[in-house]
Design a protein around this ligand. Structure first.
Ligand SMILES: [Zn+2]
Length: 431
């Protein structure tokens, strides 16, 4: 029997409400005991005094770019970046080349993940063939191959009839639909949030209403079909309020928000830095406040990175031409720890939004330190100060607005099924 003892950390288990200093014992890849002083006869002892010991983070929204765009990222590099960020599970989006819209591609991703990734990878399959928003994918076959959700992320399914059918069938196969909600007609050519900043920049604006309109539509369709709608990267006050009202009346809707939409406003775009170009765009201070309030009151269930790698030559273009997106796996926990430092969330509630809730949305194990659960664990030093240098990180890409910035808090060790896959001193260890 392989035993690992994590000693003297602050145990945070949102699933049970446990928040106390104590030991965590892992046996044969599973949680054996949590709390109190446990037997030290273990093959490996990890000292965690002063650190948080929590169920590993689960990212609902990662772009791994493999197959097809391995110059930006691949399953190996994205998996390593995830491990370094404290994530033990990532769900990867379907907008690869080819698109993950058939079981062979889902198979390929899972095969590659087993060989190359230190963390668990769950493929999200396309909802429509080629992400074209017209013809539904073969959902039964995709779930059979291992897809955990359906999404045309990066694009909105503009045809409400198609979206209705996607939701209805997703219910039959028992998987959520993750919706990228931006009405393309209202977005137009918009590349930054519509408002004073877009005016000052002289760039076309992407209005908040483009998101709110589509969130409202998808909520109505979820209500009609009884399906589980998960709204990706909520960024505006109107969308938060729409989701809050829908949940009050019992609609099966969950939602995520990204670290960047919690931390940055559209003022960041004023320097024309393409690292601040993202879809949906960075929004007004009022929208950021609404997203934070929504996360605190539980309207927004989860924090998801929308880790979107792009190469330097792609981001090094005019603002209107550069592709939207930023990487985020390695900086997420430092950025969202601000919510704890500002007194908005307790450590336990932050972990709930990074781990327990996203695991439940995916209907997969994880997010718990209960006895018998897989020993997917993160150890976080919430105080450690560091400067983020993407060139020294694990992602192949460098497109982060936090490059060169001083951050506070980071994962110091990550365990998947009881094996240490990342250690801040030694780097990524497996595979
Ligand atoms: Zn998206």
């Amino acid at each position: 029997m392989t035993r690992v003892l994590i000693r003297g950390g602050r145990l945070l288990d949102p699933a049970s409400g446990l928040d106390e200093v104590g030991d965590l014992l892992v046996e044969d890849g599973r949680i054996a005991a949590a709390g109190g002083q446990l037997d030290g006869r273990a093959a490996e002892v990890i000292e965690a005094a002063g650190a948080w010991v929590a169920p590993g983070f689960v990212d609902l929204h990662t772009h791994l770019r493999e197959p097809g765009q391995e110059y930006k990222e691949d399953i190996a590099s994205g998996g390593r970046a995830a491990a370094a960020g404290g994530f033990t599970t990532i769900a990867c989006m379907a907008n690869t080349q080819p698109v993950n819209d058939d079981p062979a591609t889902t198979d390929f991703i899972l095969d590659r993940a087993r060989q190359d990734s230190p963390v668990r990878v769950y493929p999200v399959a396309a909802a429509t063939r080629g992400l074209e928003g017209k013809v539904m994918t073969e959902m039964v076959a995709l779930v059979g191959a291992g897809a955990v959700a359906f999404s045309d992320d990066g694009r909105t399914i503009m045809d409400a009839g198609v979206m209705r059918r996607v939701l209805a069938y997703s219910r039959l196969v028992g998987a959520p639909v993750i919706a990228h909600c931006e009405d393309r007609c209202l977005v137009g050519e918009g590349v930054v949030n519509e408002g004073p900043c877009s005016t000052r920049l002289g760039l076309p604006g992407n209005p908040a209403i483009a998101e709110t309109v589509m969130v409202e539509r998808d909520i109505l369709l979820a209500e009609l079909t009884g399906a589980h709608l998960h709204v990706a990267h909520v960024s505006v006050a109107g969308a938060v309020e729409a989701i809050r009202r829908a949940r009050e009346r019992g609609v099966n809707v969950t939602a995520e928000v990204t670290p960047h939409h919690l931390a940055l406003t559209d003022e960041e775009t004023l320097g024309f830095d393409t690292h601040t170009k993202v879809a949906p765009p960075l929004r007004s201070a009022a929208d950021v406040a609404a997203c934070r309030a929504g996360l605190v009151d539980g309207t927004l269930d989860a924090i998801a990175t929308d880790h979107a790698p792009h190469a330097v030559h792609e981001k090094d273009q005019e603002f209107t031409v550069a592709p939207p997106g930023m990487i985020g796996l390695e900086t997420a926990v430092a950025v969202v720890l601000d919510l704890v430092r500002e007194g908005l969330l307790s450590p336990l509630e932050l972990v709930r939004r990074l781990s327990t809730n996203p695991a439940r949305i995916l209907r997969r194990p994880g997010g718990s330190l209960a006895r018998g659960e897989p020993a997917d664990v993160v150890i976080v030093d919430p105080d450690r100060r560091w400067t983020y240098d993407p060139a020294k990180g694990f992602s192949k890409s460098r497109n982060s607005p936090w490059a060169g910035k001083a951050l506070q808090g980071r994962a110091i060790a990550t365990l998947v099924a009881g094996r240490t896959v990342y250690d801040a001193d030694r780097g990524v260890l497996v595979p």
